[in-house]
Write a protein that binds this ligand. Structure first.
Ligand code: URA
Length: 486
């Protein structure tokens, strides 16, 4: 029997043929796949016409069940370059159908051979992912494309293409190989026949940058030549621009390591978080949602506090709530957990709200200043009130948060929040307990004490102050609708 498959990696076609051969009882040694006897012969002979008519599905009942792992194994083996892979797969199929013990024999020579082939295919897939180097080229349509030349050992281009499409989804790219090329236009993958090595694009400016980077990250003290050879076999070198650097870098490694050992110790430097770009209304682009706000505040370095904090702490709670409660700034525990009002002040607020039957998750809780400002005392980080210029630098973040959350009324807990919301200094004791209508966006503001002000009071004063504060909160809760109507 002669079987010819047009496509070297068409597993479905192979399975149809193999099932029919098995169902009609044709033993493996009677089948010649693509003109190849198992174990010999030149490379591919694909593309010739079928000697055996493309088979229909075998009749029901003639099916032989094989383990799912065998089908998966064939999915890998068929990508191997060896022309004998079809014969091997069919022999295994035949034997699985006739030798039930085979599936439990880990040392069977055919099975081991198939597994070695699958492993080689996986390795090739991995190497392609690691060693493809794109070069930027201008396309005929004037659009930029990234083109790479790669020489895989096996038929892996189709199997690997979705990985590159996911990884470089925003780029237009092509990977050229001698047998198969794949292109991604930003929406779909397209495959075509192989390319000539001369189509490999010339080096671009990015390549020089990459070489400089490679040279700088090469650490002579960590050089392990054997491991490097294993991970980066020489046969890949001719397509890797950095390969030209390997010999000079390894030659100089010993001397460089010695000079590192001989050099005096470097002074420890304080590590600061990098200053990143951020989005702010003043730049004309306000964050589009709370996730963007969170990312932008995290990166904000408009004032010095951000660089010392663990993270920015934005608010939490439902959108379009009746109330948004605004505190001063995150404290030590808020800074570590990334959530507002979880430390001692937050626990007092929780207790007050619970006493009023006011669910914490019905309000949005936020702060005027998004980073924790502190002073180190020994190992302790002691809260420091944010300076006015720091609160001012944060004001646009709070305003963005208010626009995104859309509360009906704003409750300022303490002077920093009241000033941030009203844009003027506020004497909390004098102005507490009333809705104030001063904001340009029309949102009423209710001023009361910050819970930490109660925590700081002497024992004898705390109970009365707490009762008065509860009264404020109850009033803020109950009168927001009237305040909006006012
Ligand atoms: N104090 C605040 O103002 N906000 C918090 O999140 C915690 C303490």
């Amino acid at each position: 029997m002669h079987v010819r498959l047009d496509d070297p990696i068409d597993l479905d076609a192979f399975r149809r043929h193999a099932r029919q051969l098995l169902a009609t009882g044709v033993p493996p040694d009677r089948v010649e796949w693509n003109g190849e006897q198992a174990g010999d012969g030149p490379a591919d002979l694909f593309g010739a016409p079928h000697d055996v008519a493309p088979p229909a599905m075998p009749a029901a009942g003639a099916r032989h069940a094989v383990p799912a792992s065998f089908v998966a194994l064939c999915g890998d083996v068929i990508l191997h370059r060896a022309p004998q892979r079809f014969a091997l797969m069919y022999r295994l199929l035949w034997r699985l159908a006739h030798e039930p013990a085979l599936r439990h024999d880990p040392l069977d020579a055919d099975m081991m051979q198939a597994q070695l082939m699958a492993k080689a295919v996986h390795r090739d897939i991995h190497k392609m992912r690691a060693f493809v180097r794109f070069t930027r080229v201008a396309g005929d349509d004037g659009l930029e494309r990234h083109v790479a030349w790669f020489e895989p050992d096996h038929h892996i281009v189709e199997a690997n293409a979705p990985f590159f499409a996911r990884r470089f989804a925003q780029m237009r790219w092509a990977i050229l190989t001698p047998e198969r090329c794949v292109e991604w236009n930003g929406e779909a993958l397209a495959f075509r026949e192989g390319a000539d090595r001369r189509e490999k694009p010339p080096p671009d400016a990015g390549e020089q940058l990459w070489l400089t980077y490679y040279e700088h990250i090469f650490n002579p003290a960590r050089l392990k030549v054997a491991m490097m050879r294993r991970e980066m076999p020489r046969r890949y070198w001719h397509n890797l621009p950095e390969a030209a650097l390997i010999q000079p870098l390894t030659d100089a490694a010993e001397a460089r390591s010695q000079s590192m050992i001989d050099a005096p110790p470097t002074e420890a430097r304080r590590i600061r978080a990098p200053i990143a770009l951020h989005v702010r209304p003043a730049d004309g682009v306000a964050p589009a949602d709370l996730a963007e706000l969170r990312a932008a505040t995290h990166a904000c370095r408009d004032c010095p506090i951000g660089a010392l904090a663990t993270q920015a702490v934005c608010g939490e709670g439902p959108l379009a709530p009746q109330h948004m409660l605004v505190g001063e700034q995150p404290g030590d525990q808020e800074d570590l957990t990334g959530r507002p009002f979880v430390g001692p002040a937050g626990q007092l607020l929780d207790r007050a709200m619970a006493q009023l039957g006011w669910a914490r998750d019905s309000v949005y809780l936020a702060n005027a200043v998004k980073h924790f400002k502190y002073e180190l005392r020994g190992k302790r980080r002691i809260h420091k009130t944010a300076a006015q210029r720091e609160a001012l630098a944060c004001a646009h973040w709070l305003e963005s948060e208010i626009s995104l959350v859309r509360p009906q009324g704003l409750v300022a807990l303490g002077a920093t929040a009241a000033r941030a919301l009203l844009g003027r200094p506020v004497a909390v004791q004098a102005e507490r307990g009333e809705w104030l209508h001063e904001r340009a966006d029309g949102k009423p503001v209710f001023v009361t004490l910050h819970p930490s002000a109660l925590l700081r009071l002497a024992d004898g004063e705390r109970a009365a102050a707490y009762a008065q504060w509860l009264g404020d909160l109850e009033r803020a809760r109950g009168t927001v609708s009237a305040a909006i109507a006012a």
